[in-house]
Design a binder for this molecule. Structure first.
Ligand code: ARG
Length: 596
């Protein structure tokens, strides 16, 4: 059975497979890839070399036999056998045009929806309540959002969960500090157990001042630290006044977080947090004990998870400390229990700083060993590197403090605004909005275009440049295409030629063909990027597409072309390139303005 194949590469592979078979060779050798010698050909197949052993023949002989069976294939313009046994392939111009016309007619741009959609949970964002968002949280939000969108674009059911850090010592610190400052508040009176004010006793800016000063104080003042620890324990034990205060802190923080994430074009389906799964912990721990997985060790409760093949020591998973307190690990395990119950996901993907690698090794092993997840659920960790400053150290403010996300965004937007005003393409309020849009592309593309696991340098100058491998360059390309299309439509008035539903004709120049082939690869690029959780691969694809477009544009006089059919074909090609670019940046999580 030959299934319908959307990808151009699959179709070429299928043609090669038929030729292998016709020549008496196993079609499994027919894998075709993009040529690594673009000066010689567009695609290549190295199967003849691989088949040498099985058939005891010189690879060049096999290659020649196969090529003889490709001569009449309408997909190909040229098929050559080259020493020592390469098969070099060049696509027929008409086949390239036909493929693009098919793609243009498909509202999904020939991107296939998953035949068996998966339920995938992505744990990303990971902000901590009452602490301002800082640049450390930026990468998780940007990368996670893009993977979520890719998955959805490919037809999966993807659920994003922000997984708030809302249960730790930071809560106790705020409560203790507040008690010192405003001891008369009803929350601190143990005789009062309900009917607390609906209004929080602080604003978000006050909260953002209270937490750091409490945190600093706890480092110097042992008594205060003790009070904060006690407050944390009492909160966790359910003291009503503290619970009520905690709820205020949560509500105010979450409202502020939502505002910040909205500015980043990031949104979550679930706003669950560490606190939500606390009720699950006792039962989970009991069951781990009862089934013999967890045992006591120096007062603590642990699960052994080391494996014989470990190169590096993997310490046991501590489930409860000797004082009976649950840990970060325990909370993550309980969260898995809840996620399995509510959604039974096929995959849970954690997008978290790679320095938490060992934590997730422990959580995953423990979850598998104790049967919290079955074999049909994948647990994956996408650990990202650090965003550094130009000095190669984690990004800081000029004063050396932790950089707030809001500050970073407004720095970028200011720089973008300056450039846009310099360009004189947009003015006034429009310029501000445009600066925000382009600024977001600068931040997100600057991040996503790097392999996630690597550290990268945040370079304001480079990220905001309209040239090179940057977000603004991609947007600039989109805006340029839009402007050509607009001018074409104006010239034509409302005549039929302007509809863009003309056919794309076979290419007449090398640059045009290159642009067409790159456009045709969109489905491959998107699927590949998602399969590897690698947004940087989609960035590399659109960068190359933009370059191919700009090269084509510089050598082609589109608007003054005299042959109306040729002109209409180019317009149709541009419309398709535009659709691909806009679809791709939407998946990456940003959008383009009309002008810039
Ligand atoms: N709140 C944590 C932090 O700021 C990140 C949470 C990551 N997600 C998780 N399931 N552990 O470090």
């Amino acid at each position: 059975m030959t299934a319908y194949m959307n990808k151009l590469m699959e179709r070429i592979t299928e043609a090669a497979a038929a030729a292998f078979e016709a020549a008496g060779y196993d079609p499994c050798y027919a894998k075709v890839s993009i040529s690594n010698r673009p000066d010689l050909c567009e695609y290549q197949c190295n199967g003849a070399m691989a088949a040498k052993k099985k058939y005891g023949k010189a690879p060049i002989q096999i290659a020649q036999d196969v090529v003889a069976n490709l001569a009449d294939n309408p997909l190909l313009e040229k098929a050559e056998a080259v020493m020592p046994g390469f098969i070099n392939l060049t696509l027929a111009p008409a086949a390239a045009a036909a493929y693009l016309n098919e793609m243009a007619a498909d509202e999904n741009l020939s991107v296939e929806k998953a035949a068996q959609p998966k339920t995938i949970m992505i744990d990303y964002g990971g902000p901590n309540v009452a602490k301002p968002l800082h640049v450390g949280h930026l990468r998780s939000a940007i990368i996670g959002e893009s993977i979520k969108r890719m998955g959805r674009r490919l037809g999966h059911r993807v659920i994003g969960d922000v997984h708030l850090g809302d249960w730790g010592l930071q809560m106790g610190l705020i409560i203790a500090e507040l008690q010192d400052r405003q001891p008369d508040l009803p929350y601190f009176d143990e005789k009062i157990t309900d009917g607390y004010p609906a209004e929080a006793p602080f604003t978000i800016s006050e909260l953002e001042e209270i937490y750091p000063s409490a945190s600093a104080r706890s480092k110097e003042d042992a008594d205060f630290r003790e009070k904060a620890l006690q407050a944390t324990a009492q909160l966790q034990a359910g003291r009503p006044g503290y619970r009520a205060l905690w709820k205020h802190i949560l509500d105010i923080s979450v409202a502020d977080l939502k505002k910040n994430y909205r500015r980043l074009n990031v949104d979550f389906d679930l706003w669950k947090g560490e606190s939500d799964v606390q009720p699950i912990i006792p039962g989970m721990v009991e069951s781990m004990k009862a089934r013999g997985y967890a045992h006591e060790d120096q007062g603590a409760l642990i699960v052994d998870i080391s494996e014989d093949t470990d190169q590096k020591e993997v310490p046991p998973c501590i489930i409860l400390k000797s004082d009976g307190a649950a840990l970060y690990t325990t909370t993550d395990l309980a969260t898995i229990v809840e996620r399995m119950e509510l959604f039974h996901p096929d995959e849970i993907l954690y997008v978290v700083d790679k320095r938490q690698d060992m934590h997730f090794v422990q959580v995953f092993r423990c979850a598998r060993k104790t049967g919290l997840v079955g074999e049909d659920t994948e647990l994956n960790f996408l650990g990202f590197g650090t965003m550094n400053g130009k000095d190669g150290k984690p990004f800081k403010t000029r004063e050396g403090g932790v950089m707030r996300l809001e500050t970073l965004i407004s720095d970028i937007n200011q720089e973008m605004y300056r450039k846009i005003i310099e360009n004189r393409s947009v003015r006034g309020e429009d310029a501000e909005q445009t600066a925000e849009m382009v600024g977001l592309s600068a931040i997100k593309y600057g991040d996503l275009s790097n392999q996630a696991s690597k550290d990268y340098v945040f370079d304001l100058e480079r990220f905001t440049s309209f040239e090179g491998n940057t977000g603004p360059y991609i947007l600039y390309t989109i805006v340029r295409i839009k402007s050509i299309l607009n001018r074409y439509a104006e010239n034509k008035g409302s005549s039929a030629a302007g509809t863009g539903h003309e056919a794309v004709l076979p290419p007449v120049s090398a640059a045009e063909k290159k642009l067409m082939l790159q456009t045709a690869r969109y489905n491959e690029a998107l699927e590949g990027a998602f399969a590897e959780h690698a947004p940087h691969r989609l960035c590399a694809y659109i960068y190359e597409l933009s370059n191919d477009f700009n090269t084509f544009y510089h050598e082609t006089k589109i608007l003054t072309e005299e042959d109306p059919k040729r002109q209409a074909s180019w317009i149709a090609l541009l419309m398709l390139v535009l659709r691909v670019l806009e679809d791709a940046i939407d998946v990456l999580g940003f959008e383009a303005p009309e002008r810039m």
